[in-house]
Design a protein. Structure first.
Length: 367
């Protein structure tokens, strides 16, 4: 039987006295778990989204559409054309613009009643705890292990729930941390962060847009459940998804024996960044004048597309064999945006190699 859609009418949209159209939440307030009371709770909600990329894009869309009243966005990047296939809140004409500004405009198009607070910065040891402590929930939409562990540690110290997601090619995983005894944080499961570059990120391993899109949508759902106190929040569980065959596995995520949640036996403070690990330059020639040998850690395809006057050693190769860099010399690592070079510099400095990272990457020199 085919239903005649013409009889399924909706009430006309509400119009504010100012003349602006108001959002219509009637479909979700029909749910007994939400109703008017739940909608009011969402309107009071404050959510911090760290990263406006492939995960952050659907998180922002669905939280704004649901009427979450206050959204904070943390991202220091500008939009690259390679982002667009997995970040549909942006457009090709936006390339080169700051992501936080573009994300705010996208949220305003969906729901102009949502308050958006922009943090055009990198989350770091100096700002993470205070920033996360100002929100009800933090959503990890980052693409590197260091930031994920930074969010985890700051959420533990600030006693705030965190919704984590990770993507690798066609696979993904979801985890929720809450400052409660039944919830494990990342360090309960993996005490030490995997060095960035050991597992490829989107730029190196590749990614199909709907994969982070699906994970981000699930993060939005979990966030709404937390704000509303609904059941099914992955309490003490880890959800693994494989989109090559649409299989899923939910496993227990137990706390360590010495865990005293909501406090942690291991997390007392967030370690500060090495001083001088990043350097701002106007050209690669400036690096040579400072006695730094430039090492381009991008992939072979990236180097072929945009050559740079530098020695090429791909990031996975360099991290696998730091001996490729001679002791007694100082090096400057470069990549496209400065993210991978900073991650590699952190790991190599930990091993005693004298390296620095080009702030902003090669794209910072293009202008």
């Amino acid at each position: 039987m085919i239903m005649n859609s013409s009889i399924m009418t909706s009430p006309p949209p509400a119009i504010h006295e100012s003349g602006a159209m108001q959002p219509d939440y009637s479909r979700q307030t029909l749910l007994k778990e939400i109703g008017a009371h739940g909608q009011a709770a969402l309107a009071r909600g404050r959510v911090l989204i760290v990263g406006a990329g492939g995960l952050g894009s659907p998180v922002l869309q669905y939280l704004a559409g649901a009427g979450v009243g206050h959204l904070g966005i943390v991202d220091a990047d500008t939009l690259d054309a390679s982002n667009l296939h997995r970040q549909p809140i942006f457009a090709l004409a936006d390339v080169g613009e700051r992501k936080v500004e573009l994300a705010r405009a996208a949220v305003e198009r969906i729901n102009p009643t949502v308050q958006v607070e922009l943090h055009s910065m990198r989350l770091d040891a100096d700002n993470a705890v205070a920033l996360i402590g100002g929100y009800d929930v933090v959503v990890d939409c980052s693409d590197n292990f260091r930031t994920k562990y930074l969010i985890n540690d700051a959420a533990v110290l600030a006693h705030r729930p965190a919704v984590f997601a990770s993507v690798y090619q066609y696979e993904g995983q979801l985890q929720v941390y809450k400052p409660e005894q039944r919830h494990a944080c990342l360090r309960c499961l993996w005490p030490d962060a995997v060095a960035d570059g050991v597992v490829g990120n989107c730029a190196e391993a590749g990614v199909l847009g709907p994969v982070p899109g699906t994970l981000g949508t699930l993060q939005a759902l979990l966030t709404i459940k937390i704000l509303l106190g609904m059941s099914g929040q992955l309490d003490g569980e880890l959800l693994l998804l494989d989109f090559t065959n649409f299989s899923s596995l939910k496993i227990k995520a137990p706390r360590r024996a010495e865990c005293r949640a909501p406090d942690c036996a291991h997390i007392r403070e967030i370690p500060r960044e090495d001083l001088g690990i990043e350097i701002v330059l106007h050209s690669l020639a400036d690096a040579a004048q400072r006695g730094l040998e430039v090492i381009d850690i991008r992939t072979q395809d990236e180097v072929a597309a945009r050559p740079a006057a530098a020695r090429h050693v791909a990031m996975p190769d360099l991290l696998a064999d730091p001996g490729l860099l001679s002791p007694g010399r100082e090096y400057l690592l470069v990549c496209a945006s400065g993210k991978r070079s900073l991650a590699a510099a952190r790991e190599l400095r930990r091993l005693g190699v004298a390296v620095r990272s080009l702030a902003g990457g090669l794209q910072a020199l293009e202008g």
